[in-house]
Design a protein around this ligand. Structure first.
Ligand SMILES: [Zn+2]
Length: 212
């Protein structure tokens, strides 16, 4: 779900670390070997325990909304339709759960700062809160939606297992297409999510190699 606010800046590296720390305490099994995160447990047990949030299953929100997180009310609303998909292991629904979960992990702790920022900006512009947008060109790292999307990938495909998983296959000469398919199967993610994560981490891997 899209929000119209900006948040504290986060680099890819810092989001990867935050996601990894969370997994380390709540889902350590996914850091030991490449495997699919139990997103039902993440939603129904882990987030409730770590952030004291409420999961509310609702009839529907609106046609295009797969789930929505209220930072102030500390609540994730999940339409029945999405919840059914989560239970069936639908890959897009798995990503949606992690996206909302990252709003909770990254943004609930700064909800007061966000509110103050919105009020200040609204007063300064005299446009009202609704007019403020998070779509600031070239400043994706301040955008809560970009952060939640990157974070969802970091939860579903943790850096610690993803990099060796890919490296092994690259060294074995397995073609890109098959590596992506393996990522999709093992982590239970969509084609788009697998390709994006590969691109993002491959860049950081190359960067690391250059520094050696
Ligand atoms: Zn969102």
């Amino acid at each position: 779900m899209n929000y119209r606010y900006t948040v504290s800046p986060q680099s890819k590296d810092s989001i990867d670390s935050i996601a990894e720390n969370y997994l380390h305490s709540e889902h350590p099994e996914v850091l030991q070997k490449a495997r699919a995160l139990d997103v039902e447990k993440f939603l129904d047990v882990s987030l409730v325990k770590t952030h004291d949030i409420t999961i509310e299953i609702v009839e529907s929100i609106d046609e295009n909304t797969e789930a929505i997180t209220s930072l102030l009310e500390k609540k994730i609303q999940v339409p029945v339709r999405t919840y059914e998909k989560i239970r069936k292991g639908d890959r897009r629904a798995r990503f949606t759960v992690c996206h909302e979960g990252m709003h909770v992990i990254l943004h609930i702790p700064q909800v007061l700062t966000i509110l103050v920022g919105l009020l200040r900006a609204a007063r300064a512009s005299s446009l009202g809160i609704g007019a403020i947008t998070s779509n600031i060109p070239g400043k994706a790292f301040l955008d809560p939606e970009w952060q939640a999307n990157y974070g969802a990938s970091a939860l579903l495909m943790p850096r610690r297992t993803f990099i060796p998983f890919c490296e092994e296959r690259i060294q074995d000469g397995i073609p890109y297409h098959y590596i992506i398919q393996d990522i999709m199967d093992v982590y239970q993610v969509s084609l788009a999510a697998a390709e994006k994560r590969f691109k993002n981490l491959w860049e950081s891997l190359l960067y690391k190699q250059k520094r050696l």
